[in-house]
Design a protein around this ligand. Sequence first.
Ligand code: MIC
Ligand code: SF4
Length: 646
Amino acid sequence: MNIIEKILEPHIVERNTAEGELGIRIDQTLTQDATGTMAYLEFEAVGLDDISTELSVSYVDHNTLQVGFENADDHKYLETVAARYGLYFSKAGNGICHQVHLERFAVPGKTLLGSDSHTPTAGGICSFAVGAGGLDVACALGGEPFYMPVPRVIKITLDGKRPDFVSAKDIILKILGILTTKGNSGYVIEYAGSGIGGLSVPERATIANMGAELGVTTSVFPSDKVTMEFMRAQGREKDFREITADAGAVYEKEIDIDLGGLKPMAALPHSPDNVSEVEKIEGIRVNQVLIGSCTNSSYKDLYTVSRLLKGKKAAPGVSFAVAPGSRQVLEMLSRGGFLSDIISSGARLLESSCGFCIGIGQSPGTDAVSLRTNNRNFLGRSGTMSAGVYLVSPETAVASALTGRITDPSKYFGKGIAFRSPKKFIADDSLVISPPPREERQKVRVVKGPNIGPPPENSPLEKDLKARAAIKVGDKVTTDHIMPAGQYLKYRSNIGKYSEYVFAGLDSGFSGRCADNRSAGFANIIIGGESYGQGSSREHAAICPMFLGVKAVIVKSIERIHRANLINFGIAPLIFDDRADYDRIQPGDHLECAGFAEKITGPGTIELENRTRSEKYLLRKDFSAREAGYLAAGGKLNTLRKKTRD
Ligand code: MIC
Ligand code: SF4
């Protein structure tokens, strides 16, 4: 067996071979503040009284700025709802969910579902960790299986020895160059090879983290001696379990990478797969360098940063900032005396949170070049449409911060920094609040501020579809384009308000046009290209369009998490059978389908009539019979509410 089979086998509760779907039991869940409020509001709306997981943690890490009352109220809601239902609550300041979960909670061989697309970071410790929408996490909390396509496993063998200054980030950027961000939906990556012995758990986690950018369901490393040492240093050796692939395990695809042949890499604007060797783009002037995020903010990363910065100053024209991934990392740096080298270099020390990675602060100036160690560089995600964001390793970030230009660290520093994983990490969980004993939970008052509203209701699918193409977008449109975060993040618990900003960066008239169409008796349809819905797990990219009366998304292809979120909220993901039809259909076209509701649940394809152009298009349905049921009911929430009532 391969590792994926070994982990999944005891977790499978449903196997739907005909539709290629697997239902698995979830052991652990995590949420963060930006997706968590809606997830728990949904959990409450379903009407369950208790959680069924082994361990669930609610983190506050994305938006900790608290400009206005909204965030503070969200945090209070998350704290009280966690206590009410028996979850752990990780307070603001404790760190980024994926970093903290890796350090303190993730366990080899367990399944983890998180309402954040980078949940697979825990694959670095051999957890089968998957990102999903909040409603799917709410369901897992209530003991429902998590459904996913039967994993098609790719084995990536990392052999050889890395040259100095080739980091984990460079390895995953190399893989992104090979596999790209498109066409990997339904795959899972399993890492193997002699080269992984030289990767610490946090480095493995960096690689697993950016599997999200490939669009794979998750990535998993073996649980071996390195894993054992990491867990022992975290005081968690009792949770260790060795898990490796059997000789002769079978894989669908195999890719071999010789680490010895790699060089420092960068992803150029505006996609993580737009990669180049750093030496080929050397010399570009940089305005900003930011080190942090769930990809590159471990103790190993920031220890290396501090050693490289020792005795040096950042270039005068560069805005340089560092955000440690967790309080553990910050405390280790501080107690070890390494923080002072970072501060002396002129770096601004940021909170242990997501912050800049999601456009909360540190937006670059007009036309600026920003070098970052995070995982996404989509157009506008930084908060500045005209900025160009480059994704690099911490080592390349430091070299460039010092020179003020993109700089290959292997040439600049010459010799690498030796790192020995600490024998003991500072394990202080005092910022994690444990839930009260079960018998006291009923007494907890769940506090909801005025910005927090219930998840919106959707009506069951109407018999016929009469709609307008409300927008037509191109390839690789991400959920950051559909539902921007940054400055609007504080409206995550207020769907009516947040909906005003759907597609805000691409087409500010979208929400108004949807309202006009609805007043004229039309539903709305989104037309998209290849790989629609890449990126985050934010279900708001489905809930808010639902709120605006969107009933279908018609695209050339769609990404896994967004597809599931659309179905959960009653929006049908449909695929052009003839891709050339994408070119024929135009924004504003009047589209109709008689007997739409029946066709959604019935067999076969769907024929859509374009009344504006007198054309007909054939559409394929990208959902199972189970999912068709959710669509007909107007979403999964309606189905579950009914199930709990009955
Ligand atoms: C992201 O990196 O885009 C986020 C912000 O972490 C999202 C979750 C969200 O939108 O709240 C993700 O990756 O799922
Ligand atoms: Fe936070 Fe960025 Fe990681 Fe998303 S990708 S979880 S915003 S650090």
